[in-house]
Structure formats: structure tokens, C-alpha cells
Design a protein around this ligand. Structure first.
Ligand SMILES: [Zn+2]
Length: 287
């Protein structure tokens, strides 16, 4: 199991912002101690970004013309965002060519970035671009969004695209306020605050059934760990063992899959990811 990571994503910081380098640094150290192998990503090209975004959004980020308090203007943010996209693309490529599981452990996250606008700590939509690139080789792909927030950007980019099934489990009400119901090829499973493992897994099983019926050749997972019970930004109640079970259920589909980190703001992010990986790799789980 490979993890794609670059120390360069730890270089930028906005003081007091929850999407901090510290969250990834802690997760990286935790996973390194567990013996994982890390691969260095390369930045994506401008052509890659244009697969999912308008030229005007690309120019705004490139020229630091950003006016969003959640998604601040940062020196060289274009460079960091391109590296995060490049990492997601590499995960997708390794997944398809080697039929192996891969995780992109990078920041900034991506699933709130839409065709024309950034937001919610996201500049470019990493997973959307990686899946757009996958569609140059395969016919049908799924994006399974496990972040506690609805991936409004990803939904907007793929709404009505028959080659894609977008599936999201997320807390409602919560930022960004979308994903209250399913639309076309976008299946939304809103969950109330306080939802615990049993109800979450019941919903996930329903979602995975729909994924199986769609018969995708690849699944890109928007892996947000802010569904964790101690996450400071959301109110779902998943535990370490929940992530083990979630990974296990996805693995059981026997469809090639890769994961791209989205949110997750507790100090336990590394352990949450680790438990997911164990299940995803079909390591022993009892339930
Ligand atoms: Zn989130």
C-alpha cells in the first residue's frame, strides 16, 4: 500500500486556520511509524486543471486574486494546489496501472472547489481532476465522498455526467448547505448531527449497493475524516473502529480504488486514516 506525500505541502500556513500543516504533519508521522512507503508527487499541468475548472479560476489562483476568508490568499498557493492535484492524479494512475490501492496524503483539499469558484479551504478539485483524467482510459467511474461536509464542488463539476456516479454521505445541516437530496447522477445521503456508527454503516451499505449496480471500473474516494467523534468542525460520532469497517466494506466491492485526503481536523487524523487503510487492505476485522 503506497502513500503519496510531499513535505512541501507543510510549507504554508495561515495562523488559526483549522486546515493547518500540523494536521498533516501528525498524520504523516503516525503513518511513517507504522512503516508505510511514501512516494513524492509531481505538480499537475494547467491543462489538467482545465479538465475540471474554468480558465478564469485558474488565473485567479495563479495571480493571487483570491477573496475568500475560508480559502485565503497565500503566497505560492497555486504551486501548492498544483502539487496536491498532481498527487491525486498519480494515485489514480497507480491504481489503474498496478491495480493497487493508493492514498494521496496532501493539502490543500479539493471537494468544495467547483468549476468556476474556490471555497471551503479548496482551490482546485483534486479528485475531480484525477477522475477526469481516468475517464480518458475508462468508461465509468465513481466518486465516493466520505467527508463530513457535502462535496458541492465535485457534484457541480459532474452533475448530469452519465459516466460518473457521485455518492456522498455527509452531515446536514452543515457547511456548505447543499446535498439535501439526490439529483441525477449525484446520490446524496444526508445524516443528522450525532449519527453513530451503526446508522452510518447501514447508510454506507445502501450507497455501496448503488455503486455495485453502476459497475464502475474505478472508485475515487474523497477521504474526509471529519466524521470522527472528536472532530472540532462537525458532529458525527464515528470511532477508530468505524473507519476500519468502512475500508473493509469498500474493499469488498472488489473494484480498483484510490483515496484522496479531504478534511479531518482532530489530532487523531493519522490513526483514523490508519484504521481505514487496515480495513481497505482487508486486514482482519470482526463485525
Ligand atoms: Zn469536511
Amino acid at each position: 500500500m503506497k502513500i503519496i506525500f510531499s513535505q512541501r505541502c507543510l510549507e504554508y500556513e495561515v495562523l488559526g486556520h483549522p486546515e493547518s500543516p500540523q494536521r498533516i504533519r501528525l498524520a504523516y508521522n503516525f503513518l511513517k511509524e507504522k512503516g508505510f512507503e511514501f512516494i513524492e508527487p509531481r505538480p499537475c499541468s494547467e491543462e489538467d486543471i482545465i479538465l475540471a475548472h474554468s480558465r478564469s479560476l485558474l488565473e485567479k489562483v495563479k495571480n493571487n486574486q483570491i477573496f475568500d476568508p475560508d480559502t485565503p490568499n497565500i503566497l505560492d498557493i497555486f504551486k501548492y494546489a498544483c502539487l496536491s492535484v498532481g498527487s491525486a492524479i498519480l494515485a489514480q494512475e497507480i491504481c489503474l496501472t498496478e491495480n493497487s490501492k493508493v492514498l494521496s496524503l496532501m493539502r490543500p483539499p479539493g471537494h468544495h472547489a467547483g468549476y468556476e469558484q474556490l471555497g471551503g479551504f479548496c482551490y482546485f478539485n483534486n479528485i475531480a481532476i484525477a477522475i477526469k483524467k481516468a475517464l480518458q482510459k475508462v468508461n465509468k467511474a465513481v466518486i465516493l465522498d466520505l467527508d463530513c461536509h457535502h462535496g458541492n464542488g465535485t457534484q457541480e463539476i459532474f452533475l448530469g455526467n452519465k459516466n460518473i456516479l457521485y455518492v456522498s454521505l455527509h452531515q446536514v445541516p452543515l457547511y456548505p448547505g447543499t446535498g439535501l437530496r439526490s439529483e441525477k447522477n449525484c446520490l446524496n445521503y444526508p445524516l443528522p448531527p450525532g449519527t453513530q456508527e451503526e446508522e452510518y454503516l447501514k447508510t454506507l451499505r445502501q450507497a455501496l449497493e448503488r455503486i455495485k449496480e453502476f459497475k464502475p471500473e474505478i472508485i475515487g474516494i474523497s477521504l474526509g475524516l471529519d466524521t470522527y467523534e472528536k472532530d472540532p468542525l462537525a458532529n458525527l460520532k464515528l470511532k477508530f473502529s468505524s473507519y476500519h469497517k468502512i475500508g473493509f466494506l469498500i474493499n469488498r466491492l472488489e473494484i480498483p480504488s484510490f483515496a484522496v485526503l479531504e478534511g479531518g481536523y482532530s489530532a487523531d487524523l493519522g490513526r483514523c486514516i490508519y484504521e481505514f487503510i487496515l480495513g481497505w487492505e482487508d486486514k482482519k476485522v470482526d463485525f
